[in-house]
Design a binder for this molecule. Sequence first.
Ligand SMILES: Cc1ncc(COP(=O)(O)O)c(C=O)c1O
Length: 420
Amino acid sequence: MTDTPRPAAHPAEPWSYETTAVQSSIPRGLGQTIGLPIHAAAAFQFDTLEEAQSEFQYNTGLSYARLQNPTVRALEERLTTLEGGAATVAVASGQAATLTAILSVCRAGDHVVSASSLFGGTTGMLGNILPLMGITATLVENTPDAVRAAMRENTRLVWAEMISNPAGDIADIRAFADIAHASGALVAIDNTCGGAGFLARPLAHGADIVSQSLTKWAGGHGSVLGGAVTVGTGHDLTRNPIYTDGGAQSVLSVRGDAALAWRQRWFGAHQLGMTLAPHSAFLIAQGLETLALRLQRESETALALAQWLEAHPRVGKVSYPGLSSHPHHHLAQTYLRGGQGAVLTFEVPDPSAFLSRVRVLRIAPNLGDVRTLVVHPWTTTHARVPEAARHAAGVTPLTIRMSVGVEALADLKADIEQAL
Ligand SMILES: Cc1ncc(COP(=O)(O)O)c(C=O)c1O
């Protein structure tokens, strides 16, 4: 575990990540709840016709909970601070966040360049769903040269995972941003495995959009689904016709600096209705309060297990960005703080036999749970991904993916040893 002090959660915010996670969005005062209240409401009241009219015109307050809810808003504010961004829209799942982020800058005829080391659901969305809307994607090796070579005139977005699921590739965000921005495109980073800004804050390195599944470390207990899209500041939308069409009435002219965030809320929540439920927002906001403790501990355990497995005679290739053998180890040192994540993969001679013997490890297709979860990606999370793309994502028929929980290292080692 590194001793590097955590940076402040927001440039203007003197608090560390840990303090922000438990203090932000909780009002002080007599009788205030010490945790986040759940606003179980589908709609909010107005006193007058004029108030209602104004809210429907400007959408700045509360009207209908598909658009905004105070509990969801408190979570969004907390995430904005933790990611060092300008605004966040929380949605119903990580998959909904991916769709929201892409549709915020792409329309029919547009193109996405994505690193191919990806979560299977994202590969599926890029390959199967977006083409239905006329948006195409090119998946390339996770390197600046490959991204540069794939850029086209109509490329609006470069996409990569901060720490890829499951191979642990690290996005070279600074380089991707330079390439994308030179041609008027934006960079969106899936920061799911970066733990809601704890391990990595892509916006600070030049990314324009952070998309993430909150189902993982943010929720932290395998009890809730959620996702979020956070935007930074200073992104250039002047070369994207979605924002400039219409002249004085264009989205950019009307919304100014808030244009990107506005379009994300408009699409993700308002129009597509992929709204996060207030009960889910509460669970996720509560999960964020202990994320730093969990992910720090899980990263320590993951590194110890990766080193041990790499030396184990019955284990094949081990992939973890904290290992010096990982091709992106140097990028992990540039972009990650406070640990190198809780996910590792390793090859075993017989995955079926291995999984049938585990007693502490649980077989489940999730990440970021307090319990250590294992899965065979080839037959589950990546089963629908074409074989070549599976290999590109670091998945072989022998690969086991492990999301390390908070259990004692000795118990995890003993369980893996007997299962091997
Ligand atoms: C990197 C990454 N992005 C997005 C998702 C989708 O998240 P959700 O399952 O919350 O829709 C996942 C799910 O595993 C993921 O690992």
